[in-house]
Design a protein around this ligand. Structure first.
Ligand code: UDX
Length: 429
């Protein structure tokens, strides 16, 4: 099918590349001319495993094209996906100005029936607003359908999540666009949920909030485990074997971050408030998450006492593994908190060092993860990169002035670390 994706951020670019990979003819539109040029020349603006090969291969095969012109994108396809950012505003509500602008642009360019699909994460009832806007600005008075089709990909696993989705959610007002939507997704062989637009929009906010709740739940349990000597991983394993609960997203950590969970939680709380409901449960999820970071910082201070002029090595800057994304990264927040206490930092991340430089100044960026500990009073692990599990621990212990390791992601076995001579502090174990 001929498909256009407006917005080439994480969601738009990966969606476009995967649609092309399964044989659709795809046009990706972005108003950033430099980005479009880079993509046309085979460059990739983000690090995402498997994406570069996918983009290059499909550009070469002629199935994936990039342009800055929304009009061209609308003319070339019958189905237009909106995948532009929906950033948070100061009060936690969602800034929908990009969605509104793109809806107007699509409306002005339409000369025949189009299906306009919203992929961006939006508040419930945005579909109604997009429909009204297109009606208002479409001079040609042609027919169209608005569809809600939220995306559930995780950064770092985006290609895998898109190619093998758990489910496809399609929110519609009438049956007319359903066949086309099903045809687009047929190659992905996933269960399809066809529902109304409001429910589809809610599924996205409800899912992300529930996953964040799962993390805050295990993080709250980690406090009980710390206090009692129980092991939070053992608790998570035992809970996770219950099929009704499941093991995933029960990894205690120094808190969740990224460009989705914090933003979507705030947005969902605000949406509920506007409907007259105070979503106290989700406010508690936020509170536990903030508290988890405070506790981790306190653990470091309790052990090292005064941080002023202490040298601390930090492994991990991205908000999670397999990405170079540092937006709302707990690792960056931790570094800034340690700097505020006067600590001197040596930091490393396998992919996120370049993007960190704008946020994290006056630190030493170290290329080799095994050299970060050199001359440090302690080492802190903040991101769950698989690479870190392969650290040369013997070398790290010798490099540290004091063999203290704070593991904010529970990557190592406590008994083994103590056997190797580390003073090892993790989360809830
Ligand atoms: C999330 C959703 O998973 C995805 O479906 C949605 O489309 C976008 O938001 P993403 O933000 O890319 O994806 O990352 P995710 O893997 O969900 O992790 C979010 C944060 O939670 C990270 O900081 C991660 O380290 C943390 N996390 C995750 C935990 O602390 N513990 C866990 O068990 C899982």
């Amino acid at each position: 099918m001929k498909l256009t994706i407006i917005g080439t951020g994480y969601v738009g670019l990966v969606t476009g590349a995967c649609f092309a990979e399964v044989g659709h003819q795809v046009v990706c539109v972005d108003n950033d001319a430099a980005k479009v040029k880079l993509l046309q020349e085979g460059g990739i603006p983000i690090y995402e495993p498997g994406l570069e090969e996918l983009v290059k291969g499909n550009v070469a095969a002629g199935r994936l094209n990039f342009t800055t012109s929304t009009t061209e994108g609308v003319e070339k396809s019958d189905v237009i996906f909106i995948a532009v950012p929906t950033p948070p505003m100061a009060d936690g509500s969602v800034d929908l100005s990009f969605i509104e602008k793109v809806a107007r642009e699509i409306a002005s360019a339409m000369t025949g029936y189009k299906i306009v699909v919203d992929k961006s994460t939006v508040p419930v009832r945005t579909g109604d607003k997009v429909t009204e806007t297109i009606k208002r600005y479409c001079k040609a008075r042609v027919e169209f359908d608005v569809v809600s089709n939220p995306e559930f990909l995780r950064e770092g696993f985006a290609v895998e999540d898109l190619m093998k989705p758990d489910r496809i959610v399609i929110g519609v007002r009438s049956q007319r666009p359903v066949a086309a939507m099903k045809e687009i997704y047929a190659p992905f062989q996933a269960p399809v949920v066809v529902t109304d637009i409001n429910s589809a929009e809610l599924i996205k906010h409800a899912s992300n909030s529930f996953l964040a709740l799962k993390i805050s739940y295990i993080n709250a349990l980690s406090i009980i485990c710390d206090a009692t000597g129980a092991n939070v991983q053992e608790v998570a394993n035992g809970m996770g074997m219950d099929a009704r609960i499941g093991r995933r997203f029960l990894d205690a950590s120094l808190g969740f971050g990224g460009s989705c969970f914090p933003k979507d939680l705030s947005a969902f709380i605000k949406i509920a408030e506007q409907m007259g409901y105070e979503f106290g449960l989700l406010k508690e999820v936020q509170r536990i998450n903030a508290e988890q970071m405070n506790r981790f910082v306190k653990k470091i201070i309790d052990t090292l006492w005064v941080l002023k002029d202490k040298k601390i090595g930090v492994l991990g800057l991205a908000f999670k593994q397999n990405t170079d994304d540092v937006r709302m990264s707990p690792a960056i927040e931790l570094c800034q908190r340690l700097q505020k206490e006067g600590a001197i930092l040596r930091v490393h991340d396998p992919k996120a060092m370049e993007k960190s430089k704008a946020l994290l100044k006056d630190v030493t960026y170290v290329d080799d993860m095994n050299e970060v500990a050199e001359g440090c009073d302690a080492l802190v692990i903040t991101t769950e990169w698989d690479e870190f599990k392969k650290l040369d621990l013997e070398r790290v212990r010798k490099a540290l002035s004091h063999p203290i390791l704070f593991d904010g992601r529970n990557l190592f076995d406590r008994t083994e670390m103590e056997r190797l001579g580390f003073i090892y502090k993790s989360i809830g174990r």
